[in-house]
Ligand binder design. Structure first.
Ligand code: 5AD
Ligand code: SF4
Length: 458
């Protein structure tokens, strides 16, 4: 899953009579961002209040990512910075994927850490806080042997208009490069009833956009007798009164079935965007990655989407420099970009991860070569995006207003097909437009965003 820039707007504080304060920093994907919203809820429920800086906090928590080595290093750098504070009454906790992956080794590497808790143990997070408060300085939650998902009524959401709902946790695939099955455990789907209740509750609170989350949402399988698959759940969430936009991430091409396209075609509130990570354009590399599909099978999904009733924006993830990737394999990835014409992509240099099967593979690609391929790929994609975004000039698009660039005098909008569309709007007399749906005419474009003028009279 991909990094998110969700603004950390709200700071939560129940009535804090105890002086218990916490600081939480989140790294990684939307799953982590949303887990943090639930962890914050649990903390506030137990009488903690959130502060802006680690310096002010009694409890300092990092919700971590270990998808690539660089992401993992970040948390150790943060902990290193605070070593000197260990004796000053601060308590440090490592949550999430690095916690799960490194386990009790974290206590050796950073002895001032008192809590190490993977995401599969968040259901016990409240109990762990009690142990910390009792003075226990080696508290762990590291079991992956769970059938539970982390559902809580206390979630504190950062955004008042767009809400995440986790529908499935963990992953049962075994992609050769990927650490997620080891950090998030086996797949567990929530019941359709609890997902629907959450969606209705959010609509009642005024949320208009829902993003369904999971490492592989397509393999959602309702554990209750109703037995809904992902396409059914998606269609039903889209029918909840008050919900105007539904997004979902992330999809695995192998489980991306035709019924999902049909559900999208028949529900206008499902956004015009599909993120379908391909990883490589070479069937040989895909087989080595254990991705369970060939290039042709992937392209069949793309054809479904391109010949659908609506026009869908397509985005993807690509790894360059996987062991054994030759120049010819890489060329096939470049050709795939030409063929698909993605609207955006996340590209990464292959990063060897603990426990994964690719670690033992030969024919490693040197780092300079990975870097060279990454730059070529990004350059090609940039040219595609410049051209594709320019095609929008002159069209009128509906945006959900998400923010404001005060210095530019522009509002920040997002289209259904997940483009950022910054736009000017007549003076509102100080009234915020955030959360509204407006029509905007596109006047200019760049590689990563569009610019326009509001045509809605407010
Ligand atoms: N090295 C580089 N990129 C990786 N990803 C996952 N694991 C690795 C790794 N070991 C990328 C994939 C995935 C995205 C979330 O991160 O492209 O889709
Ligand atoms: Fe998300 Fe994967 Fe990173 Fe964990 S390792 S935070 S699941 S991207």
């Amino acid at each position: 899953m991909n990094s998110s820039n969700t603004p950390r707007a709200n700071r939560y504080n129940k009535t804090n009579v105890s002086g218990k304060t916490f600081y939480l920093e989140t790294f990684g994907c939307q799953m982590n961002v949303h887990d943090s919203e639930k962890v914050v809820g649990t903390l506030v429920e137990q009488g903690y209040s959130q502060v802006e800086t680690p310096e002010e906090a009694h409890l300092v928590l990092y919700n971590t990512c270990s998808i690539r080595d660089k992401a993992e290093q970040k948390v150790f750098n943060r902990l290193q910075n605070f070593k000197r504070d260990a004796g000053k009454g601060k308590v440090f906790g490592v949550l999430g994927c690095v916690a799960q992956q490194e386990g009790e080794k974290i206590f050796d590497r950073a002895p001032h850490v008192s809590l190490v808790c993977g995401s599969a143990s968040y259901t016990r997070f409240g109990e762990m806080l009690v142990q910390i408060e009792a003075g226990n300085r080696r508290v762990t939650g590291l079991s992956l042997d769970t059938e539970e998902t982390f559902d809580t009524p206390f979630t504190r959401r950062d955004n008042p208009h767009r809400a995440y709902i986790t529908i499935i946790e963990g992953c049962d695939k075994s992609c050769a490069y990927c650490v997620v099955p080891f950090t998030r455990g086996p797949e567990r789907s929530r019941t359709s009833e609890s997902v629907m209740a959450e969606a209705r509750g959010l609509a009642e609170k005024g949320y208009s956009e829902i993003q369904l989350l999971g490492q592989n949402v397509n393999s959602y399988r309702d554990p209750s007798p109703a037995g809904w698959d992902f396409a059914t759940l998606l269609a039903r969430v889209a029918e909840v009164p008050g919900i105007r936009r539904v997004r979902y991430t992330t999809s695995h091409p192998r489980d991306f079935v035709r019924a999902i396209v049909d559900a999208m075609d028949s529900n206008e509130s499902i956004c015009d965007h599909v993120h379908l990570p391909v990883q490589s354009g070479s069937s040989k590399v895909l087989a080595a990655m254990d991705r369970l599909y060939t290039r042709d099978e992937y392209m069949r999904r793309i054809d479904w989407l391109k010949s659908a009733k609506r026009k869908y924006s397509l985005t993807t993830d690509i790894i360059v420099g996987f062991p054994g990737e030759t120049e010819a394999d890489f060329e096939q990835t470049l050709q795939l970009l030409d063929e698909v014409q993605y609207d955006s992509l996340f590209s990464f240099k292959y990063s060897p991860r603990p426990n994964t099967s690719a670690l033992a593979m030969e024919d490693k690609v040197p780092d300079e070569e990975k870097q060279r391929r990454l730059l070529i790929l990004q350059e090609k994609q940039r040219a595609i995006q410049i051209r594709r975004n320019a095609e929008s000039i002159g069209s009128v698009r509906e945006v959900l207003v998400e923010g404001r660039h005060e210095s530019l005098g522009q509002w920040i909008g997002r289209t259904s097909d997940n483009r950022t569309l910054n736009f000017s709007h007549p003076e509102t007399g100080g009234k915020s437009l955030i959360g509204q749906y407006l029509s905007v005419r596109v006047t200019r474009s760049g590689p990563n965003s569009l610019v326009g003028e509001s045509v809605t009279v407010v």
